[in-house]
Design a protein around this ligand. Sequence first.
Ligand code: BGP
Length: 478
Amino acid sequence: MHHARLTPFPQGFLWGAASAAYQVEGAHDADGKGPSVWDVFTHLPGKTFQGSNGDVAVDHYHRMEEDVALMKEMGLTAYRFSVSWPRIFPTGRGEANEAGMAFYERLIDALIAAGIEPVLTLYHWDLPQALQEEYGGWEDRRIIADFEHYCVALFQRFAGKVKYWVSLNEQNYNTTNAYQLGTHPPAVQDRKRFFTANHHAFLANATVIAAFRKHVPNGLIGPSFAYSPAYPASSAPADMLAFENAEEFTNWWWLDTYCFGRYPQAALAWLQKTGEAPDIQPGDVAILQAGLPDFVGVNYYYTTTFTDNPRDGATMQRINTTGQKGTTPSSGVPGLYRTTPNPHLPTSNWDWAIDPTGLRIALRRLASRYDLPLMVTENGLGEFDKLEAGDKVHDDYRIDYLRAHLQACQEAMSDGVQLLGYCPWSFTDILSWLNGYQKRYGFVYINRDETDAKDLRRIRKDSFFWYQTVIASNGQKL
Ligand code: BGP
C-alpha cells in the first residue's frame, strides 16, 4: 500500500524513551536492595561481554534528577522504566522495603513534574535471587503468588500517579535465553523446563492483570513482547511452512496466550507429541482468560527469515555478543524451522537485520489479529559510537534508523493501527545484558566502558537534538 497522504501523529501521542532497572540504576546493594539473579549471574566468570555487570551501570539511581532534567530538555512526553523487584522486596516477598519504594516515588514525581508520563514495567528480568534459590523461580507455581504480592504493592502505591503499566518485558526473549540457549540466568538448556517456566509466567501475567483491574481501574496494562515478525526465505511451500511454524512457535505461542487466553493449536499439538508441552492444570485456562491485556507493548528490532529445517537439522545457537559482523550462525528447531540471512536487508554490526518495513508489518499483524491498541515499547539501533572532540557524538546512522522506523509507525497508523506511543531504546546508553557497554543505544552518551566507570558524564548525541525537533513538531519534522 502506498498512501497518497500519511495520517499525522495524533495529539497526545506518547513520545518516549525506555530503560530497565538493572541496565541503568547501579547501586546494586544500596538502601536495603536484595540481590537479583542478574547481580549473581554477571559475576560468574565468562557469562557476559568482558565480564561487564550492572553494579554501577550508568548510576541512574544517584543521578536520577539529572537524567530527568535531560528528558525534559529533550521534550519527552513519556518515559518507560522498570522497577527492580528486589529493591521493593529484597528476598522476594514479605514486608516492602520503604527506601526502594521511595526511590521510584521520587522518580515518578520528578517525571510528572516535568510533564512526562511514566510507563512502569513491573518485571524486566531481575528476579530476586532468593526466589530462584528457594524454589527455582519461574519453574515453580509459587512464583505466581509472589509476583502478585509484589505487583499489588506497586499498584496500591502508584495507582493515582501511573496510568500505563507493562507487566512482563520480553518473556519470550528472556526465557529463550534462560532455558534454551543457557545465556541468561538460570542458564538452563532444556525445552521441557522452558515451556514450564513460560506457562507459569503466563499465569502470573494474567493473575496480575486481573488484580490490576481492582487496584488501578483507570489504568492500562499489557505485556511487552519482543516481536520479530517471521518472513519466509522463498515462496517454496517448504519455506512457507517453516515460516508458519516459526510465527506460531516464536510469536503466537506468547501473544495468543496473552491476548486470547489459549495456546495456538498446531504448536500445542506438536509439543504434546514431543512430550515438551506444559502441564496445563484444570483452572489454568480460566486464569489466562480472566487477565487479558488492554494493549500490547511491541519491542521491535528486526525481522527474522526462516527456511525448512530437517529433523536432523540446526539447533539453537548462541547469538552475536561481540559486534563482529557476520558471526551469527543459523539457528532453529529440528523439524520445524531454521533462520537464514535475508539478502534484501542490511544488518547492524551485531547481525540484526535493519528493516523499517518490518515494523509496519509487525504493527499491522498484531492490530489485525488481536484488535488491541499497541505501544512501541522498544526500538533502536545498538552500535559502536565515537566520542569526538568537544563532547560530540555524530550518530547519523541512529537518526536514519529511528527516522525510518517512525515513518513505518506513521504508515501503520495510516493503515488503521491504533498506536499509543513510541519509546525507543534507550534514553541514555545502558549496560547491554550480554554485550557490555560498547553496544550503545542512547540519545545520551555515557562516558564509561566495560571495565572503567570513568566519570559517567552525560553527553547529548546528535540524535538527542534530532529527536527534540521531532517531538517539538509532533512528528511533522522527521
Ligand atoms: C531487549 C531488551 C532490552 C535491551 C534490548 C537491546 O531484548 O528488552 O533490555 O537490552 O533488547 O538488546 P541488546 O542489549 O541485547 O542489544
